[in-house]
Design a protein around this ligand. Structure first.
Ligand SMILES: [Zn+2]
Length: 459
């Protein structure tokens, strides 16, 4: 935020009082940035922690800061400098030696409330309360894998809303979350449930056909707690009886869905495999294309023109090649995967080369939770540089979630969310699949480096 900010240009979009506040916070942050080693906040009343390490990855520049020192007061980063740690009475020092410190990772496409292998007919026996408890287990695994923030895209019964609220209340441990509740979709589409025959008259909760029904459903999921709206623009792999190569929602329905979500302050993520569904969703203003399997040249140009994020979910492509035969998956999943996997690898590589903006998403839940870090090396296999892969899982993902002001970088004023690995992940990206230190909100959940007790161990 610059000194020369004027509130006049902002009045139409934000209340004037908010603008004035932003102006003064801007001045405060500039003053603070000039005052190296000056600590803001009430150090006396909030616990103060000083973390030192060998290197710090800075996502904005892609560079490493040598010998970083981070001062944390409460749940926020108070100061970042390098060299010798300041002496602050009562502060706890965490010395991570020559490890590399990185911002807590962000995964914008998870399914915490279900487990790999419980799709298909197994899923019909899982109640909403059971799904929420499965989510609590997986939230813990995800946090310990270094993912301090996730966006959960699709949960029946609002099990994800319950999980988010339980984490925020401190009842269970897990990443900070944005959640979608039930994903919107057409009757018989990827976001419906077509496993039961007609006489059961069963539809998934997010089913809505036609612009009016879609508008109502958007308002409903927001009413019951959705931070983000998810919908299915095309068929998918795990759904019975639909086709990933076809479009499901019409352009008119997508337009209403996205406009209404935006009007109510929610971003929109869409599951889109077919080329036509990707392009229609981008034209309608969607914020992110999830998967994007059959993305073509025209789609790439449209995404670049609209600054739409691609969430490539690459790791499952590699994981399935090795493990699908152990999963006892329904035959329709195996048939669709055989077409999808080679197409996805080819088209993701093309999108990366073309410079489409990428946010990291893993689809965790279609394979076992806690392996989310595999997405980094998978994207590098398909052509991103290690630096770009790290940016996709930090600053880019934060931007897609609308949280650039609080997560995705280690700097003053941000939440104290950070991870560390021994070694240099820019030389060996696979290091990121096993982090050795995890802090969220200033609380240490895992520390295999300096051996201190952590909150996760205590539980
Ligand atoms: Zn998914």
């Amino acid at each position: 935020m610059g000194v020369g900010i004027s509130c006049y240009g902002w009045i139409r979009r934000v209340p004037f009082a908010a603008c004035v506040l932003l102006f003064f916070f801007g001045i405060a942050s500039i003053a603070n940035s000039f005052a190296q080693n000056t600590f803001v906040g009430d150090i006396k009343s909030a616990p103060t922690v000083v973390v030192r390490a060998g290197r710090l990855f800075e996502p904005a520049t892609g560079r490493m800061l040598e010998r970083p020192v981070i001062v944390i007061v409460g749940n926020k980063i108070n100061a970042v400098s390098n060299g010798n740690p300041p002496s602050i009475s009562g502060a706890t020092l965490i010395d991570l030696g020559d490890a590399t410190l990185l911002p807590g990772f962000i995964d914008v496409h998870t399914h915490l409330t279900f487990d790999a292998g419980s799709g298909g007919y197994e899923s019909l026996g899982v109640s909403t309360p059971r799904a929420a408890l499965i989510g609590a287990k997986n939230a813990r695994l995800t946090l310990l894998a270094g993912f301090t923030t996730v966006r959960n895209v699709g949960a029946e019964g609002y099990a994800d809303v319950a999980l988010r609220d339980a984490i925020n209340a401190g009842d269970v441990i897990g990443p900070r979350m944005q959640v979608s509740g039930p994903p919107l979709g057409i009757t018989g589409g990827h976001c419906d449930n077509s496993l039961l025959p007609f006489e059961f008259h069963h539809s998934a909760e997010g089913v809505a056909d036609g612009p009016e029904a879609v508008m109502h459903r958007v308002r409903e999921v927001i009413k019951y707690g959705a931070d983000v709206v998810k919908f299915c623009a095309s068929g998918g792999v795990f759904s019975k009886g639909d086709n990933p190569l076809l479009e499901q929602y019409s352009p008119e329905e997508m337009k209403v869905l996205i406009e209404e979500s935006h009007r109510l302050g929610r971003k929109v993520a869409t599951h889109a495999h077919s080329a036509i569904s990707i392009k229609d969703a981008v034209r309608a203003g969607v914020d992110s294309i999830e998967h994007g399997i059959f993305l073509d040249d025209e789609g790439i140009a449209l995404m670049k023109g609209h600054h739409t994020f691609l969430v490539p979910t690459s790791y499952p492509l590699f994981w399935f090649e090795e493990h699908a035969s152990e999963m006892h998956l329904p035959p329709w999943v195996m048939e669709k995967s055989a077409v999808i996997i080679p197409a996805a690898k080819k088209n993701m590589a093309k999108a990366f080369r073309a410079g489409v903006r990428v946010a990291l998403g893993t689809d965790a839940g279609v394979y076992p939770h806690g392996q989310n870090g595999g997405e980094f090396w998978s994207m590098v296999e398909l052509g991103l540089t290690p630096t770009q892969a790290l940016q996709s899982g930090t600053v880019n993902a934060a931007e897609l979630m609308g949280w650039s002001d609080r997560i995705g970088a280690i700097r003053e004023g941000m939440f104290a969310d950070m991870v560390a690995v021994k070694g240099d992940p820019l030389s060996d990206i696979r290091l990121l699949q096993h982090v050795q230190f995890v802090m969220k909100d200033g609380v240490v959940y895992s520390n295999e480096i300096s051996g201190a007790n952590s909150a996760a161990q205590a539980r």
